[in-house]
Design a protein around this ligand. Structure first.
Ligand code: MG
Length: 239
């Protein structure tokens, strides 16, 4: 079914083969159904600070660090970067609004897929631009026994963040594997761009309101619509 995409991926990167032994998962919009909360919190916080920002902007900016999103909004409105204090104030405001939104639910079929790939002996690593403490602590609560604390890349570990390849390269490093042994799953255009720039096979999981073409243009090797679809197709994916 996806043999064509895999063939292209191997040829494009000049890899000997593609045999996944680890999966790098983005968090928001992949493991958690949290993007509506993030988008709404961003719009509220930015608007309150006099910065024009729409829900569409939130989805297009998703994946990079919160500070980078704030910087972009300042550059757009004032033609200058945000100061450290402005970044911290707005990110705190956004985090508080996000917490008010309520506890995000795990994405349907995320735990089922994680358990399956654990049983199959594949490593599981989270690669997220989030620095949201409330959500990070929920990983163990919602997906017990799946992730190890030192095998995680968050906003605190990166200098550049997505769409730079850095976060996914750090994730790859933590696996100790070759790039043709690792698969990335991300829902955001900037996240897909990051994984693809790290030369990893990238599943674009289109769980939000954006057109799927945006994920293809960002470099997704294949595009699926949900974790349920990835779970159901998992065993045939790499045959
Ligand atoms: Mg995401």
């Amino acid at each position: 079914m996806f043999s064509c995409a895999i063939e292209h991926f191997i040829t494009r990167n000049n890899y000997p083969h593609f045999t996944p032994k680890a999966v790098l998962f983005d968090m928001d919009g992949v493991l958690f159904d949290s993007m509506r909360g993030h988008a709404s919190a961003w719009v509220k916080a930015m608007t309150e600070m006099g910065l024009p920002f729409t829900e569409h902007d939130a989805y297009m900016n998703e994946g990079q660090t919160g500070h980078a999103t704030i910087n972009n909004a300042f550059l757009k409105k004032y033609g200058r970067e945000a100061t450290e204090e402005e970044k911290q104030t707005i990110y705190k405001l956004k985090s508080d609004y996000f917490d008010d939104y309520g506890t995000p639910e795990p994405m349907p079929f995320a735990f089922e897929l994680l358990q399956k790939i654990k049983r199959q002996g594949l490593q599981r690593i989270v690669v997220t631009g989030s620095g949201q403490p409330s959500l990070l602590s929920r990983l163990e609560h919602n997906f017990p026994g799946i992730f190890e604390k030192d095998k995680m890349v968050t906003a605190f570990d990166v200098k550049y963040g997505k769409p730079h390849p850095e976060p996914y390269l750090l994730g790859l490093q933590k696996t100790g594997l070759k790039p043709w042994e690792v698969l990335a799953v991300d829902n955001a255009p900037l996240g897909v761009e990051s994984a693809s720039a790290a030369h990893l096979f990238t599943v674009g999981l289109n769980t939000g309101p954006l057109e799927p073409e945006i994920l293809s243009q960002a470099g997704a090797d294949i595009i699926l619509n949900s974790m349920q679809e990835l779970f159901e197709k998992w065993d045939t994916l790499f045959k």
